[in-house]
Design a protein around this ligand. Structure first.
Ligand SMILES: [Zn+2]
Ligand SMILES: [Zn+2]
Length: 337
């Protein structure tokens, strides 16, 4: 039997016991290594929804996970029992126009583990044991921990945001919001050769974290950098942060929105027109998942400072409450037990 963290609605969380599962052909059964609690999981926990995606039946969240292979189904060749693996929560169709154009994160048939976007909901990864397709796994040998490997998904989101920014070699890059995704964007901007990485966040703890993972400067807001920034990455999901991005970018600069903002916002269309700003979205990730695994395996991306706590699934409620408190945590992970 295995434990699963299950949400039933806003602030209704229970830990349930699931029957064992067997992997079918092309599938692999994993024991959870670590599963990171993400901002979207917190939205599901607090409000019963994340953006447009609402919980309509009992739902297991979780999409940032590592595991250890327990059993393999027929035809599986790329992983073997006992190996550590990174789990890609995305399972795109591979055939639609978006997939064929190399933008599988925009697949209109996407099955994304731990998202309530599809109904009936598929369970996510906050389970001690789960079965996934071999194609969603990357074996990770070496001494990086299961906690670090579970950071591949959020790092992939940061890498995708930076890729959507275009060439950042030598550029001044601002990241608003120094939660996990903001910090991953800082790491990604450095990997991509940014000349100067700035970060804003009102929280003292978050700013200290941004500096730890490679930001050159961190401020409570963006006022000191008006008109100086080539690329601004909005990772706070807050209207004030977006306004800060708009005023910090230079003429002809670019803004990448990776945070989830409130549904109704005034849109500064004329500012975008007269200053020739590029405003682009970044949603999840595509090939960047593989890049993230490589960067974590080699520790060219050192995500260890971001992992604040690892808490057993049996204490999921305490884990979610800690993850909600930005003054005490960045990334909280669930582990078996
Ligand atoms: Zn996430
Ligand atoms: Zn597709």
């Amino acid at each position: 039997m295995s434990l699963a963290c299950t949400l039933h609605g806003p602030l209704q969380l229970s830990v349930e016991t699931l029957a064992p599962v067997e992997p079918g052909a092309g599938q692999v059964r994993l024991r959870l290594g670590a599963g990171g609690i993400c901002g979207s999981d917190l939205h599901y926990y607090q409000h019963g929804r994340a953006g447009a995606f609402a919980i309509r039946a009992p739902f297991v969240p979780g999409h940032e996970a590592s595991g250890v292979v327990e059993a393999i189904g027929a035809g599986v060749t790329r992983v073997r029992p006992g190996q550590k693996v990174a789990v890609n929560p995305a399972h795109p169709c591979g055939a639609c126009p978006a997939c064929r154009a190399g933008r599988s994160n925009l697949c209109d048939q996407m099955v994304f583990l731990g998202s309530a976007a599809i109904f009936p909901h598929l369970p996510g990864l906050f389970r001690e044991q789960f079965v996934v397709a071999e194609s969603q796994l990357t074996a990770v040998d070496g001494d990086v921990s299961l906690g670090e490997i579970a950071c591949a998904e959020p790092l992939s989101v940061g890498l995708h945001a930076v890729r959507r920014a275009g060439t950042v070699l030598g550029a001044t890059v601002l990241v608003t919001g120094a939660g996990t995704i903001g910090c991953m964007a800082v790491i990604a901007a450095r990997l991509a050769g940014a000349g100067r990485v700035l970060c804003s966040d009102p929280s003292d703890r978050a700013r200290a974290m941004a500096l730890t993972v490679g930001a050159d400067e961190a401020q409570p807001d963006t006022r000191a950098w008006q008109g100086q920034v080539d690329v601004a990455i909005e990772a706070a999901g807050h209207p004030a942060a977006l306004a800060g991005c708009l005023s910090a970018v230079r003429r002809g600069g670019r803004i990448v929105q990776v945070g989830t903002l409130p549904p109704e916002l005034p849109f500064p269309a004329n500012d975008i027109m007269t200053r020739e700003l590029d405003y682009v979205g970044a949603f999840r990730a595509d090939i960047e998942f593989d890049w993230a695994v490589m960067a974590i395996r080699s520790r060219r991306a050192d995500v260890r400072p971001l992992i604040s706590a690892q808490i057993p699934i049996s204490e999921s409620k305490a884990a979610f409450d800690l993850a909600l408190d930005r003054s005490r945590s960045t990334k909280v992970q669930l582990i078996p037990g």
